[in-house]
Design a protein around this ligand. Sequence first.
Ligand code: CS2
Length: 490
Amino acid sequence: MTEMLRLSDTTLHHLATNVKQPGYNRAEVRIGIVHLGIGAFHRAHQAVYTDSVLASGDNRWGILGVSLRSGDTKEAIGPQDGLYTVASRDGGGDSFRVIGSVAKVLVAPENPEPVLIAMADPEVRIVSLTVTEKGYCYSPATASLDESHADIVHDLAHPHAPRSAIGFIVEALARRRANGTAPFTLLSCDNLPSNGETLKRVVTRFAELRDAALGRYIGENIAFPSTMVDRIVPATTDADRATTARATGLFDAWPIMTEPFTQWVVEDHFPSGRPAWEDFGATFVDNVDAFELMKLRLLNGSHSTLAYLGYLAGHETVADVMKAEGFGAFIQTMMDDEITSTLPPLPGFDLDAYKAQLRERFRNPALRHRTWQIAMDGSQKLPQRLLNTIRKRLEQKKPFDYLALGVAGWMRYATGVDEKGQPIDVRDPLVGQFKQRTTGKTKASDLVDAFLGLEEIFGADLPKSQQFRETVAHKLESLQKHGAAASVLV
Ligand code: CS2
């Protein structure tokens, strides 16, 4: 591979002829979008829709990608002029496309000022985000700003050199306001219910803490459309790099692996203008909530459940879990008998087909999506993926045994030791708390009590429900006694 050319503007003509490439003049693209949190998901999703818009001749929507933590993305795609490959894979094979919409990458911790300058530019009309759940610096149970969060405390003390997405947004809006520049639209693309409203809540609260008038200005003048985003994007491996280089003829330091499926539902509220993403598959609606709840509860709720139980049963990928005895049937029953009744109606939408397609997507043999990857940050994911669904079932006075096994699976996983007695590398902002609360405890009901003490996950209500406590404890006991593989069979 040493002799292989690397992907860049000047080597593009070496690309294998069956690989789609940006057919537009990248030098003429202007930056209209600043994206905070330029990870693999953004590059597999919004950046692909935007690449199609640029190719259609509207050159106002180039993306400036910002990394809020590490410099990995810039290191990988900076030397490639922002170009990267998207491999879409399923049992039928792979297809490759080079994406040109990312014009530039900045690393905020290296120097916040250029990021703020870009965000204050009048040509920038949209600031979008994929910063994951924890990037909102909120308490997961209430989704309101965590005012004691270290990054928030820092950004309030140093508003002109922020660290958090929230701090950057508020400082940029303050500068635009001071300069008389029209504000940008804020577009959250994270997996949260009513993600636009949530972003508005934390941004407005942070701004208020800085300056009451700024808080009011933001509350009254800024658009925060909500979105539902969907595409499964496993982490890239060295084997994926080699496969991509072989297939495309050029070495790409960070190609993106994903599935053919992609979905984007967006509330159409962009007072400063937007790309015509609907021409390339996005759906614009007045209110996205019903789509978002459907996706979060059916896809992400099942995903997390498969991840915890599957990991405990010794399976490396979601496709492996789906092949193992009982898991496919378990997840189908969980969707049909427990989750479906909690969803708001979507007239004209074929929910059965959606659920069947989801299970097919989980079975995709080419993706190798690791259970460990999905298991990360459970404290931030549980409320919207499983707990709110359980709240609804409690309200309906209906059973929730399958969902409870998912929650117990998370607890079993979060204790940090697997079924063979080996340590688990638990990645979660609250991992210290898990240890502190569970050390020395082995009885299922004691462990459940220890976890339920985490109000930022379970709220004040669920711990008070005896039915919830007992059901989860019963499931955890089953996991302890019989293991995950046997527990999904009952
Ligand atoms: C996954 C999601 O890692 C996870 O938690 O559940 O990233 C999932 O793959 C996407 O939401 C699919 O759109």
